[in-house]
Design a binder for this molecule. Structure first.
Ligand code: ATR
Length: 281
């Protein structure tokens, strides 16, 4: 099927820096075509000094909505007219909807992560003991969202312990939350779900891993890396060798995109469509 652009075509976009690697246009444009939606999705490289101007441009040009990626997810907040409570708690947005010139920010990253666990692994986090490695922006989005799904316990492990302690103190005290140094890997033995949110292992550093000891890993655990390039990081490879089930970050990317698509268009499309499109050449 072919899509002809017209004077009525709605525009959506992603902003970030760098941005040329983004898979978002591929996923969203494929979904417009699939559902016959007269819309087009493009990528804009916006440098950090120009976030406010870019958001004013969204209002001025009547762009329907945007995704926001690194490094603007936190920086965009002060320039929005309204912020969804979850995004406000996380302190970052990845999706902005333009309601007649009023911009409302959302965060679908953590929800996309949980959706991918449910869809790809039939995994539910309620009652589980969960460890998050790393305490940056992605960890924060995942931690806040996981807590909505009622895990039994949340362990935050970070190279810089003070950052884990700060995040632990910020999170809503809905369950037991502990902070530990990243090398205290023995505690991972009693965890059901272990998530790497650090960027260690990202291509081209295929042999790097945030931790070197994997004696804790065993069958029955689910070990996740939010990295999807490479599809199997050294972290996942070593956990798998010890019998753990593993899952990469492609599903989180597809999930956050699908949830943003629903907000942009008001229409629904299966998560599997976004994942299939992301993984297609
Ligand atoms: P993102 O937004 O992708 O989550 P970030 O906010 O820059 O990225 O956070 C990076 C996280 O990866 C941090 O938790 C960082 O640990 P520190 O707080 O100690 O800096 C972690 N990280 C980055 N490089 C690391 C490395 N080589 N070993 C261990 N942790 C690392």
């Amino acid at each position: 099927m072919k899509h002809t652009l017209s004077g009525k075509t709605r525009l959506f976009a992603v902003i970030g820096d760098p941005i040329s690697h983004t898979a978002s246009p591929k996923m969203h444009n494929a979904a417009y075509l699939e559902l016959g939606i007269d819309a087009c999705y493009v990528a804009f490289k916006v440098d950090s000094d120009n976030v406010q101007k870019a958001l004013d441009g969204i209002r001025t040009l009547g762009i329907g909505g945007i995704n926001v990626t690194v490094p603007h997810k936190e920086a965009a907040l002060p320039f929005l007219d309204e912020i969804d409570p979850l995004a406000n708690a996380i302190g970052a947005v990845n999706t902005i909807i333009n309601h007649d010139g009023k911009l409302k920010g959302y965060n679908t990253d953590g929800l996309g992560f949980i959706l991918s666990l449910q869809e790809d692994k039939q995994y539910h986090v309620a009652g589980k003991t969960i460890a998050i490695l790393g305490c940056g922006g992605s960890a924060k989005a995942i931690a806040y969202t996981l807590l909505l799904a009622k895990p039994a316990k949340l362990l935050l492990l970070n190279r810089t312990l003070s950052k884990a302690q700060t995040l632990a103190a910020q999170l809503p005290p809905v369950t037991t939350i502990e902070s530990h140094p990243l090398d205290q890997t023995d505690i991972l033995k009693n965890c059901d779900l272990i998530i790497n949110t650090t960027s260690v292992g990202l291509a081209p550093n295929l042999d790097d891993s945030p931790i070197s000891d994997f004696s804790w890993a065993h069958e029955g655990q689910l070990v996740v890396d939010i990295i999807y390039n490479p599809p199997q990081t050294a972290f996942l490879r070593q956990a798998k060798a010890k019998g753990a089930d593993t899952h990469n970050g492609a599903g989180m990317l597809a999930g956050q995109g699908m949830l943003a698509f629903e907000k942009f268009t008001g229409q629904s499309i299966p998560y599997s469509f976004f994942l299939k499109t992301l993984l297609s050449q």
